[in-house]
Write a protein that binds this ligand. Structure first.
Ligand code: SF4
Length: 231
């Protein structure tokens, strides 16, 4: 499995914000978000091929019981069921962060952080025609796959929001789901990879959350460390 980095930090997003965690970042993704904060796992993937045993050994070297599998898109990595099963067997609380375009078959997970990508993720078609086609709605939003996850395990649904207009697409997607999800499990997170941009969008997001009952989701790691690898 191609791994970009394994590191110890605190979770910066979602229900487990602030919890010390070991992050396993896979390399490779089926999307090419224009604002991707880890292009070294998507636009220009890099990393080393590690066996499941090598990954589990590195995770166990930290004095920490939470592990976050992130990417890239972890669900496109061959061997992911085996890795998560090993980690759960070793007693870890396993969170997986996914763009929710692949179903959860065989994954051993305590929390799935589903982050379906909105139209705002689409690259400029003039500059990146091939990558823009990877973001047609049917490729990036899969209500049936999201339903499968919601049915399978504890989930949070996290949207990266650039502008107030994104709420229309969010509402439309939520209306197409058949498995109920309480509004406080729907999280709106500002798009941005600098503390300054996050701050600019905060007020707009808080207002959206108040109006629709969703949960505001900060990006604590960027506020604390900037957009740096290994954090
Ligand atoms: S799905 Fe995630 S890793 Fe893939 S391109 Fe989008 S932001 Fe980057």
């Amino acid at each position: 499995m191609r791994i970009s980095e394994i590191f110890h930090s605190i979770q910066g997003e979602g229900l487990c914000t602030g919890v010390p965690s070991v992050f396993v970042r896979t390399s490779g993704c089926n999307l090419r978000c224009s604002w991707c904060d880890t292009p070294y796992t998507s636009w220009a993937p890099e990393g080393d091929d590690l066996s499941v045993a090598e990954i589990v050994s590195q995770v166990n070297s930290y004095d920490c019981r939470h592990v976050v599998i992130t990417g890239g898109e972890p669900m496109v990595s061959v061997g992911m069921p085996e890795l998560t099963q090993h980690l759960q067997r070793d007693g870890f609380h396993v969170t997986i962060e996914t763009n929710a375009t692949r179903s959860p078959d065989g994954i051993a997970v305590d929390l799935a952080s589903l982050s379906p990508k909105l139209a705002n993720s689409t690259p400029d078609a003039a500059l990146h025609p091939v990558e823009a086609k990877m973001h047609t709605e049917s490729l990036r939003l899969k209500p049936d796959v999201i339903d499968a996850w919601l049915d399978y395990c504890a989930c949070q649904l996290k949207f990266v929001v650039s502008s107030e207009d994104d709420i229309t697409e969010i509402k439309d997607l939520l209306g197409r789901l058949t498995v109920p999800l309480p509004p406080d499990r729907v999280m709106l997170m500002p798009e941005g990879i600098t503390p300054e941009v996050l701050a600019q969008r905060r007020e707009m997001l808080i207002d959206l959350c108040k109006r629709h009952g969703y949960r505001y989701c900060s990006r604590l790691h960027i506020e604390l460390f900037g957009n740096a690898r290994g954090t």
